[in-house]
Every structure is written in C-alpha cells, then in structure tokens.
Design a protein around this ligand. Structure first.
Ligand SMILES: NC(=O)c1ccc[n+]([C@@H]2O[C@H](COP(=O)([O-])OP(=O)(O)OC[C@H]3O[C@@H](n4cnc5c(N)ncnc54)[C@H](O)[C@@H]3O)[C@@H](O)[C@H]2O)c1
Length: 256
C-alpha cells in the first residue's frame, strides 16, 4: 500500500527533472497518487517533455501564478483534466529578478522586489484560493521555503519574499483550517536546481552546508526534500498545520 494511494494532487513548479517538484510528482505517483502538473509561457513545452519522464505521464495545465485569468480558470481546467476534487496542492514556485539578489540588497528597486513578492509569496495565497473549490476535507497544501529567519549571503530580497511566504502559510493555515485543509512548508537546504543556479553567487549559500549538517547534506539530491513533501501530503500529519519542517541535514538547529 502506498503512502498516497488514491490521492489526486496538483503539483506546480516542474521545470526540469532536477526540479524539487519533479521528484515530488515522481514519488507521489510511486506512492499511489494521480498527479496533474502546471506550467506556463515558454516553459510549458519543456514541462510537457519532462512530464513524460515520470512513471506515469502527467497532464500539464496552464498556470502562471501571477495571472488572474489563469487562477480563475484553474478549477475548471483541473475538472476538464478529469479530477473532480483535489487531495493536495504543491506550491513549488519561486522567482526574483537577478537585480534583487546576489548582494544587491541595498540597491533593490521596488518594482523588482514587488515581482519577487508577487511570484514567490503572494502566489501561495493565490494558488490556495484558486484551488479551494476543489479541496476536500483532509486535504493539504504544501510549499517549499528556505529558512527565512536569517539573512543569508546573496539571497537578499528572495529571502524577504520567503519570510512573507512563511507568514502567508500561517495565515492560510488559520483561514483554511476550519475547512479541513492543512497548510505546511518544507524548509530545504540548498539544492542545485535551475532556480538555485539563477541566484548570482549561489555557492556562497551552500557555504559549508554539508560540513555543518550533523546528518550531512548532498546539494545534488532533492529526494529527502521530496519525501518530506509527500509525507505532509499524506494522512500521517492529520493534526499539523502552519508548520515548517526542516529538511536540511540539521543545520537549522546548530550554532556554529
Ligand atoms: N533549490 C534550493 O536550494 C531550494 C531550497 C529551498 C527552497 N527552494 C524552493 O523550492 C521551490 C522550487 O524551486 P526549485 O529549486 O525546484 O527550482 P526550479 O527552477 O526547478 O523551480 C522553480 C519553479 O517556479 C516556477 N515559476 C516561476 N515563476 C512562476 C509563475 N509566475 N507561475 C508559476 N510558476 C512559476 C518555474 O516555472 C519553475 O518550475 C521554490 O519555491 C524554491 O524557492 C529551493
């Protein structure tokens, strides 16, 4: 029996087969779930090609998480794809213009900061609300963060966006809890995905992570993070919401 047997899931954020979301979708299918993916713009065809590498090819729906039109159409598109409800939604979306990362914190202009906040933080609320008509009692929304309690090298306004993202998850947990919907985040250590490599100087964020982690840490392995997402989507966290589970080899708990 699989951890996610019979569950219907919507997974955003598959760009390559290195994306955290790709591994979430793969594991979810292996654990018995049916999965729909989303993508948008020039990336759409790439996501379709990557979807063929999953154990079961997944349909890809159009969703730019900042498009009011796409968000309004989402529930209808999910139904057209044959899902009458959703048991889980994975938010694996992040973007900030390079001008507000890489050590440019003091020079960050509001328009670019606003883009980072819109795509990387507000989109969690947008996605959850767009999916809400389909979310059954006992369903789960799960997102990915990078520990926003700290100022990191080069992360800059993306770090601020993650702080807003984490707070958004807590408010969603408050407002969706009475509808039986859980909202939790996985705080992952650094993993060399496309989003990570687009941060100028990302190596500085890796900063000795494998050495500092009591359990060790492999910056090329998204599997531990994907497993935690799958666990939070499952029925094995029935009374947990507004939580952030650290999947970082233990670095968050260490001093030096
Ligand atoms: N890689 C890491 O080190 C790391 C660590 C902690 C958290 N995270 C988070 O994990 C999540 C997934 O990132 P990843 O590392 O797998 O990289 P990735 O580049 O594979 O995925 C990022 C995804 O965001 C999507 N996206 C960007 N703008 C969007 C929009 N307007 N609408 C819909 N989708 C949009 C992209 O299409 C892409 O699929 C992000 O939230 C990221 O911040 C990553």
């Amino acid at each position: 029996m699989g951890l996610l047997d019979g569950k219907k899931l919507l997974v955003t954020g598959v760009l390559t087969d290195g994306s955290i979301a790709f591994h979430v979708a793969r594991l979810a299918q292996e654990q018995g779930a049916e999965v729909l993916l989303t993508s948008f713009g020039r990336q759409f065809r790439l996501t379709q090609a990557i979807a063929r590498r999953l154990p079961v090819e997944a349909q890809v729906l159009q969703l730019d998480a900042t498009s009011a039109e796409d968000l309004e159409a989402l529930a209808g598109r999910v139904r057209e794809a044959g899902f009458d409800h959703l048991d889980g939604v994975v938010h694996s979306i992040g973007f900030a213009p390079q001008s507000v990362m890489g050590g440019n914190f003091l020079a960050g202009e509001w328009d670019d900061v606003a883009t980072a906040l819109h795509v990387s933080a507000y989109s969690l609320k947008s996605l959850a609300v767009a999916a809400q008509p389909l979310l059954a009692r006992g369903s789960a929304v799960v997102g990915l963060t990078f520990d926003a309690r700290y100022a990191w090298p080069v992360y800059d306004w993306m770090g601020v966006a993650k702080a807003a993202f984490e707070s958004t998850a807590r408010y969603l947990a408050r407002d969706l809890g009475p509808h039986g919907v859980r909202v939790n985040l996985v705080s992952a250590g650094p993993i060399r995905t496309t989003a990570a490599k687009s941060i100028p100087g990302f190596e500085a964020m890796e900063g000795g992570w494998p050495e500092r982690a009591p359990l060790g840490w492999d910056v090329t392995d998204p599997e531990p993070t994907a497993r935690a997402v799958a666990a939070l989507l499952s029925d094995w966290f029935p009374a947990t919401t507004g939580e952030i589970v650290h999947v970082d080899g233990g670095v968050h708990a260490m001093g030096l």
